[in-house]
Design a protein around this ligand. Structure first.
Ligand SMILES: Cc1ncc(COP(=O)(O)O)c(C=O)c1O
Length: 406
């Protein structure tokens, strides 16, 4: 297609006036339809009791019911004792953790909010909502490049072990958002033996995609807490996950996993903020997923993989035809990481938007929304139907070629 043909094709999409949103990693409605049986796990008063006798209709058991702790312990490959089960959003727990560090301090140190400068390490490209939290608290961000094995650990050590104002790092250790990379055993062990200069350093280990593989060769993540315990380093880790991409996004349950010492501190502060979370939802989730987790994830996996493969079909063509175009083929997760030729990402995203295709803003995968090379775009293909996705990919391909030709 020459430039005129591209412009004509593009304009015809614009005239159709359709809108399609591919900006966030959301399960499709048909994925959620598979889960209605969970809602009938509680249908009468007698169903409302936890295995330890707790009446889940009432206050009590602030750290969560035992069957829900066990569910997350299995998902995270950790001990139930480390886990506090909470409400519908793990991002909320990450915000709380940072906010507690800011107001009350980490590891008995002066609160971050009363220290002159706080820096946080941000593997890039990374998750925009992580960066938004530490930005809100005014922390300075330091970009750490992602390698095929996880964050560049030489850089992590260089900053964390030599600069006392560096207080933590954001991590998505499995099927990372957006690169799809899973941290190698070496990287996990190097995290477990990190010796930060700051006594109040926090590794924010967001294992949101712990059971979200969809190929025959799913990635394996070494459980970091067990490794850290071997080194006496367990207090460094704040581990999070939720059922947002297992059952209902925004209607599930979440957890934070901590060393015994950190758990006591966290529970004390949490107990002032809330009397406890929704135990009926914990009960529904624990009962349903203890029987059906594997089956549920297999169904999600098939649905997600189908959408990813459709993307690959179009991206392979772009890779052949556009120099500097590249994309990831992860074994799981919710995102495809696309790189367009340098200097073109913003243009591609704005061309797409003008023609009705909403993508994650270019630059969002970097702290402050600034991609220094303006080339990274996060593709979230799970929500649209296959038909809508195909339309979106045709338009996306035109936008990439048009941006490159201009
Ligand atoms: C890495 C990561 N963490 C957390 C979340 C949000 O989790 P929650 O719904 O439990 O707040 C997402 C959602 O896309 C995510 O990609």
């Amino acid at each position: 297609m020459n430039k005129n043909q591209l412009e004509n094709e593009y304009n015809s999409y614009k005239q159709k006036g359709k809108t399609l949103d591919m900006s966030r990693g959301k399960p499709s409605p048909s994925q959620l339809d598979n889960l209605w049986r969970m809602l009938t796990e509680i249908t009468k008063s007698e169903d409302c009791y936890s295995e330890n006798g707790t009446d889940c209709r009432n206050y009590g058991c602030p750290d969560g019911i035992p069957e829900a702790k066990r569910l997350f312990a299995d998902i995270l490959e950790m001990k139930s004792d480390n886990i506090i089960v909470c409400g519908n959003s793990s991002l909320n727990l990450m915000y709380d953790t940072i906010s507690m560090g800011y107001l009350f301090g980490v590891n008995g140190c002066t609160p971050w909010g009363r220290q002159e400068k706080i820096k946080f390490l941000c593997p890039v490209p990374g998750y925009d909502r992580h960066f938004a939290i530490t930005k809100l608290f005014g922390f300075e961000h330091i970009n750490i490049p992602m390698t095929e094995e996880g964050p560049d650990m030489d850089r992590v050590r260089q900053y964390a072990e030599n600069d006392e104002t560096v207080k933590g790092i954001w991590c998505v250790p499995k099927y990372s958002n957006p690169t799809g990379i899973t941290f190698s055993d070496r990287v996990v062990r190097e995290f477990a033996s990190l010796k930060p200069a700051a006594k109040d350093f926090a590794v924010m280990w967001d294992n949101a995609y712990a059971v979200h593989g969809f190929t025959e060769t799913p990635d394996k993540l070494l459980p970091v807490m067990a490794e850290a315990e071997k080194k006496g380093n367990e207090d460094l880790f704040y581990i999070f996950t939720s059922t947002s991409k297992i059952t209902y996004s925004g209607g599930g349950i979440s957890c934070i996993a901590l060393s015994e010492k950190n758990k006591q501190v966290y529970l004390k502060l949490m107990g002032i903020r809330t009397i406890g979370y929704d135990k009926l939802n914990m009960l529904r989730h624990a009962r349903f997923l203890s029987k059906h987790l594997e089956e549920v994830m297999e169904k999600h996996g098939r649905a997600v993989r189908e959408k990813f493969e459709l993307c690959y079909k179009y991206f392979e063509v772009l890779e052949r035809e556009v120099e500097g175009f590249g994309f990831s083929r992860p074994n799981g997760g919710y995102f495809i990481n696309v790189n367009v030729p340098a200097g073109k990402a913003k243009q591609v995203v704005s061309l797409a938007r003008e023609a009705g295709l909403i993508l994650t803003p270019a630059g969002a995968t970097f702290p402050g929304g600034v991609d220094p090379e303006d080339r990274n775009i996060r593709i979230a293909p799970t929500y649209p139907t296959a038909g809508e996705l195909e339309e979106a990919l045709k338009l996306f391909s035109i936008c990439v070629k048009l941006a490159v030709s201009r």
